[in-house]
Design a protein around this ligand. Structure first.
Ligand code: NCD
Length: 307
């Protein structure tokens, strides 16, 4: 069976490195646009998004087009899911049209893994519930490496709603394969103790200053209100305890970079001054989303399964 990209957990460091290296070839030169290539001419990908997305969906679509492939995007609201069709039936229907890959985002953790077991068409996971978001972790790694840093021994603070974050999980898997030190930080109610088991390099703290001290990278996360059925903390106090402000940056290494997968909520988890500062690489992450997704699409569509 052909396979797509379901998660970072099952990838080897060599497989990850191959994608990161290839993505570098697709990055535009300074002051130039992305090169339009025809490496995947005649191929067709379907984007199937059951959850909201701006960056991920658009960049998968653009990445496919920059490689010469065609892409079609469907949102759940506009599909027959709204008429009661099951997920399996929707996927089988799309697979019958013989696309070369299906890129999917779904609120249920494990949905793409379950579907891949029953389908020939490769699936690329664009975020499954609170589980994994592999291309986000890959583009984050590409962005850190672009700053000249090696991932080995790096201190990365990931701060916010860890419990509901597929971005935190995929990054913890990826960075720990490279021997980085990862500090997961958030309110106790949003910081599952079992995440320590991901790797020896993963530690947990509820204290933001402790997480940021000597950090090379600060990765902020949005509070995923859509995944919380009751409030895990008083909303009015969140920014006071876990919002990133300029004064925090003094505790980190002088060359610290601030990342955020987006969408950012200014004044909630990050101040505008930090988001718009010289230390912020948030828009570099967005740009790298294209290059990394080009590398992933090329690999999956040319039969080199990623996992
Ligand atoms: C993230 C996601 O969907 O998991 N966004 C993204 O893909 N860039 C994070 C979020 O929604 O907060």
């Amino acid at each position: 069976m052909r396979a797509g990209l379901l998660g970072i957990e099952g990838l080897t460091r060599d497989e990850i490195q191959a994608i990161l290296d290839r993505a570098r070839n697709f990055q535009p030169k300074p002051d130039e646009g992305f090169r339009k290539l025809d490496l995947l001419r005649g191929r067709m990908v379907v984007n199937l998004f059951f959850e909201a997305s701006t960056r991920t969906r658009t960049s998968f679509e653009i990445a496919a087009k920059y490689l010469g492939a065609d892409s079609v995007s469907i949102t759940a609201q506009a599909s027959s899911v709204s008429k009661g069709e099951s997920l399996v039936d929707t996927l089988n229907t799309l697979a019958a049209m013989r696309p070369d890959a299906i890129i999917m985002r779904h609120a249920a953790s494990g949905a793409p893994h379950f579907l891949q077991r029953h389908m020939e068409t490769p699936i690329i996971n664009a975020g499954d519930g609170t589980h994994e978001h592999p291309t986000q972790a890959l583009l984050d790694a590409r962005t850190i490496l672009d700053r000249g840093a090696s991932l080995e021994g790096l201190r990365v603070a990931i701060i916010g709603d860890i419990a509901h974050s597929r971005v935190a999980r995929s990054n913890a898997y990826l960075l720990s394969k490279y021997g980085a030190n990862i500090v997961l930080c958030g309110p106790a109610s949003l910081l599952p103790q079992e995440l320590k088991q991901i790797a020896p390099g993963v530690t947990l703290t509820t204290r933001m200053k402790e997480a940021i001290r000597d950090a090379d990278v600060i990765m902020m996360l949005r509070v995923q209100l859509e995944r919380q059925h009751e409030s895990a903390f008083p909303a009015s106090e969140y920014f006071q305890f876990y919002g990133l402000r300029l004064e925090h940056l003094r505790l980190a290494k002088p060359e610290v970079i601030v990342m955020h997968p987006g969408p950012i909520n200014r004044g909630r988890e990050i101040s505008s001054e930090v988001a718009d500062s010289q230390r912020s690489v948030i828009l570099n992450q967005v740009e790298n989303g294209i290059a990394v997704r080009m590398a992933v699409l090329e690999r999956v569509l040319s039969g080199g399964a990623v996992n």
